[in-house]
Write a protein that binds this ligand. Sequence first.
Ligand SMILES: [Zn+2]
Length: 370
Amino acid sequence: MNKVFIAPRRYVQGRNVLKEAGGLIGALGKRVMTLWDGQVKGIVGGTLLASLKEAGLSVEDVTFAGDSTKAEAARVAGLIREHKVDVIMGIGGGKTLDTAKAAGAAAGIKVVTCPTVASNDSPTSSYTVWYDEQGNCLGFESWGVNPDLVLVDTEVIAHAPVRTFVAGMGDALATWLEAEACFKARGPNLAGGTATLAALALARLCYDILMESGIDAKRAVEKKIVTPSVEKVVEANVLLSGLGFESGGCSTAHMVANCLPSYPECHGLMHGHEVGFGVITQLCLDDEVSVERMHRIVDFEIAVGLPVTFADVGLPGVSRDRLARIGEICAGPGSLCENHPFKVTPDDIVNAMIAADALGEERKKVLKAR
Ligand SMILES: [Zn+2]
């Protein structure tokens, strides 16, 4: 298999960078479609539209229906053709961005993503995660191309709910652990090949930044301020995590996380929270992970408020029987758990989840007693 690395064409991050949106987007096209919901437009609309206008761009304003369904993407693609726009800009959370990417790819125009939360890996990736009308996840699809421009305004992100920032750290925390497992197994990445050394280095940097600056950054975001730590962790959550997962590969942390939404009790969680628990499960599955490393990562998750126990994900006292289904899916054909240099059985996964819960409980007690 070839080594493949993919990335967006341009990534721009900074405080109040939305004021520069017109110039940056004008380099891609002159007729822009903005896709956002009313709440997001209320927050960033004034600044963004003023900048687009100042650059002499025409704007077609479309309100996002709320879910990244195939019907919604087809509706937006129809509007793109009708109004003959040459750039679509998705502004908001992962679902808005994913829909903009899908519609832009279907209509064959340039795509700009502008995340207003740093909670997931949508902004840089070539993928759309599809949902049905009831909000159930249907899987994901790659467009073969990454966004032409990713625009990240850190002032906006520092004002978003803190839990979105924390969820982003959960998603980013998995990046290095999964890329490393995948590399050792010579497993495929999500870019159509195997990982380059560049992808591994970026994934490792993502991990190091979180460990170094994650707690500091969370404290700043609680005060709605942008500090150097916030800039670093936004880069980790959005750029490094995005490049790292797509070109590095995924394994157990994401596989376990992707199974949790099938439990109604877990519906209040964001993707990154689910990955946070998946990370600990993966640590407990792999005999090469030292106890020291395990403790370091679990303690970090507790410090920033990521879920580390069954109770934290809404499943207190969950039975082994109820977990068996996750074990079957994770050890089944085509699972991301194949991206380990060892074979994974259903029992291994269930045992690792139970071990993760016990470890999380214990570290909470230890940290409390300090
Ligand atoms: Zn993820």
